[in-house]
Design a protein around this ligand. Structure first.
Ligand SMILES: *C/C=C(C)/C=C/C=C(C)/C=C/C1=C(C)CCCC1(C)C
Length: 223
């Protein structure tokens, strides 16, 4: 496979694959530095970046050989990692206050609709823009839960500063961080779309894991 100067999408596949691998080791090893109730969250962070790293190794091959979007690999990665991000969010809420599992169900349903229809649109199984439109409805379900639904109320009632702060960051990721993906989709150009998705994955998977890590370390030092 080749990586030519000027192939910025190719560079971004390489950089993000290495970053995902390094982040995986980091989150896994750093479990030792946090309290018990945070350990599962760091394990899940390591799983998310680990699953992504393996997919990135394959995706960069596809891109390097054909300069086409690795659509199937991309969505297999997402259908595994996005539910884990929902679980992680739920674990964080639960670490401080017992919450109903309905929150997790709604996050999973919304994000699954988002990904299934994004895939159907990108793979050409259905109209590109129809897939996009229904995918946006799925994302709206997630945003509703996080900004207006039960999850947002639980956080507002909580007295834990670290929970509130984690929750505030989660909102930023699920709104601004996740918005990079539909922007990439709308660009509808193989290089631009993949650069957008790669940057978004680095921010949302590694960045989100790091936020949880920092909060977990702070919370553990207090105790
Ligand atoms: C680790 C991977 C993550 C966090 C992937 C997130 C993906 C999205 C937020 C995708 C969003 C899309 C829409 C909102 C509309 C349809 C097109 C998608 C699937 C790109």
């Amino acid at each position: 496979m080749t990586l030519n100067p000027g192939d910025y999408a190719g560079f971004s596949f390489f950089i993000v694959s290495m970053a995902m691998m390094a982040a995986t080791f980091f989150f896994y090893i750093e479990r030792d530095n946090v309290d018990g109730k945070w350990k599962t969250s760091l394990t899940v962070s390591a799983l998310i970046t680990g699953i992504a790293a393996v997919h990135y190794f394959y995706m960069r091959e596809v891109w390097g050989e054909s300069q086409t979007s690795p659509v199937a690999l991309r969505y297999i990665d997402w259908i595994l990692t996005v539910p884990l991000m929902c679980v992680e969010f739920y674990l964080i809420l639960n670490a401080v206050k017992k919450v109903s599992s309905g929150i997790l169900t709604r996050l999973l349903v919304g994000s699954t609709i988002m990904l299934i229809f994004g895939y159907l649109g990108e793979a050409g199984v259905m109209n590109y823009w129809a897939g996009f439109g229904i995918g946006m409805v799925g994302w709206a379900i997630v945003l509703y839960e996080v900004f207006l639904g039960e999850a947002s109320r639980v956080s507002a009632e909580s007295s834990s500063e670290s929970l509130k702060s984690a929750f505030g960051y989660l909102r930023l990721f699920a709104s601004i961080g996740w918005a990079i993906y539909p922007i990439g989709y709308v660009l509808n150009d193989p290089a631009a779309l993949n650069i957008a998705y790669n940057i978004a994955d680095a921010i949302n998977k590694i960045g989100w894991g790091l936020i949880i890590y920092v909060l977990a370390v702070r919370d553990s030092q207090k105790a």
